[in-house]
Design a protein around this ligand. Structure first.
Ligand code: PGA
Length: 224
């Protein structure tokens, strides 16, 4: 099983989301690819979770939905927060600990552990992001995404060899983990990452925004 996890970050209008689905639907409808070994996940901004689920369901697309963040709290007086119970109506996965949140929103290890606990309470699978192999990993996390800061949004991906070494290290630390690489993944380099022994999937940001690029990545990953 290989994972492709598209992180849309803080991008797109609702119209853009609908257009993205129009294009990707055509690709799926005309495709003869074997997609059974692929877990395709899209992580839209929260405000589009409902629309993405409708578009996915109406078009019967083999796409899972992930959120980009989760409240560290449950329901209650937490103005502005979207909690796990709300997310679980639409999503199966949730990204936790992305370096953009660690940096811009000062999220630290104990907060991220609370978020992972909330995800578990509501049956959301955390996709836990780390800038390096030594970073704290909460106990109940299985999917681990290595995203070196220098590679995020820069067009300068890490080498597959180095990402593979980090994957081996992480899998030694946590035996049953699923190891994902993220940072400037494109349709051109995806195969080199998926070919590396310890890498179970990729987490493209920018390249997932364009449905043509995203389809190319699906096509290349379907060979594994
Ligand atoms: P990028 O982002 O593919 O645009 O580098 C990846 C990520 O931050 O998840």
């Amino acid at each position: 099983m290989k994972y492709i996890i598209g992180n849309w970050k803080s991008n797109k209008t609702e119209k853009d989301v609908e257009d993205w689905f129009l294009v990707i639907k055509k690709y799926f409808d005309n495709s003869t690819l074997n997609l059974f070994n692929l877990e395709i996940i899209i992580c839209p901004p929260n405000i589009y979770l409902k629309r993405v689920k409708e578009l996915r369901d109406d078009n019967r697309l083999p796409i899972k939905i992930g959120a980009q963040n989760i409240s560290p709290f449950g329901e209650g007086a937490y103005t502005g927060e979207i909690n796990g119970r709300m997310l679980s109506e639409y999503a199966q996965y949730v990204i936790i600990g992305h370096s953009e949140r660690r940096k811009n929103f000062k999220e630290d290890d104990s907060l991220l552990e609370e978020k992972a606990n909330q995800a578990q309470t509501f049956n959301l699978k955390p996709i836990f992001c780390l800038p390096d192999e030594k970073t704290f990993i909460p106990q109940n996390v299985k999917i681990i995404a290595y995203e070196p800061v220098f590679a995020i949004g820069t067009g300068k991906a890490d080498t597959p060899e180095n990402a593979n070494k980090v994957g081996e290290f992480i899998k030694n630390r946590k035996r049953d983990s699923v190891f994902i690489y993220g940072g400037s993944v494109t349709e051109n380099n995806i195969v080199s990452f998926l070919n590396a022994g310890s890498i179970d999937g990729v987490l493209p940001g920018k390249a997932s925004l364009d449905p043509h690029n995203f389809w190319e990545m699906i096509k290349n990953a379907s060979k594994f």
